[in-house]
Design a protein around this ligand. Structure first.
Ligand SMILES: *Cc1c(COP(=O)(O)O)cnc(C)c1O
Length: 317
């Protein structure tokens, strides 16, 4: 099975006047325990933590966080112990995500939303630094220059397998992944689709980070010519789903039974692209969607919303 696969456009989104082909890079298949973009973002953080001989790696995340899930899985192969600062109270019954994280040996530290916002400036973090000597802190979501560098490498891997598409599409939360991909010379053109409401200003952050990470500190104007940032695809906000999106997911699944999209990011990204294709607003002939993983996140949604429930993700654990 190839890691780049064609996608079928459901009849409702086909446009007889445009010839658009869609492909998907199955980032969700790359790593058995940490599929998607998160382990690429963690790669250089792990190296840095090893280089400074940290004894612990610590990070932040919510109760269904893909980042925490990948963090726990990648730490399994190292000598370092993991610490996770979890947003909100821990419930007596852990979420499936936190259950996996704890099961991988990571210790969970609940924290108030206020402390969570303060991140490395919070009291909890000073307390933990006092308790455990030699902690390397990874920012939330594995961001920053090191996170983006890992995704820049990822772009080269993807390009090695695909040289025919005239545009790539990727979902964005913090935008770190997008910045890393954009920093790669290999990329044909990048559409970045945000899962967050009110993210328009993020385009500039992505461009600056991409410029910082790029080989010769490519100037921002040159990068800007290679990227479109979409901030109108959130379908109600982070982790929310509109009815139109839910219906799209069902029709998409009927047309593509072998592909699964995640509930927060990739489904919105693809919905947005398909809408543009239908409306004749998609200028590319061959488009590659980069699957950033996140399927474990379905465990935070009710079964009624999950179009893949028959294949039960829980059963795979
Ligand atoms: C975290 C995540 C993203 C967003 O990555 P950023 O680097 O924060 O923009 C996209 N898709 C999935 C599935 C994710 O888990």
């Amino acid at each position: 099975m190839s890691i780049i696969q064609p996608l079928h456009i459901p009849a409702e989104w086909q446009n007889p006047h445009a010839s658009c082909e869609l492909f998907i890079y199955r980032g969700d298949l790359e790593h058995p325990q940490a599929p998607g973009n998160k382990w690429h973002k963690l790669k250089y953080h792990l190296r840095e933590a090893k280089r400074i001989r940290a004894r612990y790696m610590a990070t932040f995340g919510g109760p269904y966080s893909n980042h925490l899930h990948a963090f726990a899985a990648t730490l399994r192969d190292t000598e370092m112990a993991g610490i996770a600062v979890v947003r909100g109270e821990l419930q007596p019954r852990l979420t499936p995500t936190l259950y996996d994280v704890a099961n991988a040996g990571v210790s969970l530290w609940p924290c108030t939303r206020q402390d969570y916002r303060l991140a490395e400036q919070s009291e909890l973090v000073s307390y933990l630094n006092g308790q455990y000597e030699g902690i390397y802190w990874v920012p939330e979501g594995g961001g920053g220059v090191l996170g983006a560098k890992g995704c820049q490498d990822w772009a080269a891997d993807i390009d090695y397998l695909d040289s025919e598409c005239d545009a790539w599409v990727v979902s964005a939360g913090t935008g770190t992944t997008a910045a890393g991909l954009l920093a790669s010379e290999k990329i044909p053109y990048l559409h970045v689709v945000s899962a967050l409401k009110g993210a328009a200003a993020q385009a500039d952050e992505i461009l600056s980070l991409a410029s910082l990470v790029s080989e010769d500190q490519t100037n921002i104007a040159a990068l800007e010519e290679k990227m479109t940032f979409h901030s109108d695809a959130h379908e109600g906000g982070y982790a929310k789903q509109s009815q139109a999106l839910q219906q799209f997911l069902r029709l998409f699944t009927d047309a593509n039974p072998a592909q699964q999209l995640d509930p927060v990011y990739t489904c919105k990204t693809l919905f947005h692209v398909m809408n543009r294709i239908r409306d004749g607003k998609w200028p590319h002939k061959r488009t590659l969607l980069i699957h950033t993983g996140g399927l474990q996140g379905w465990r935070g949604y009710s079964a009624a919303l999950n179009p893949y429930i028959a294949s039960s993700l829980d059963g795979e654990k």
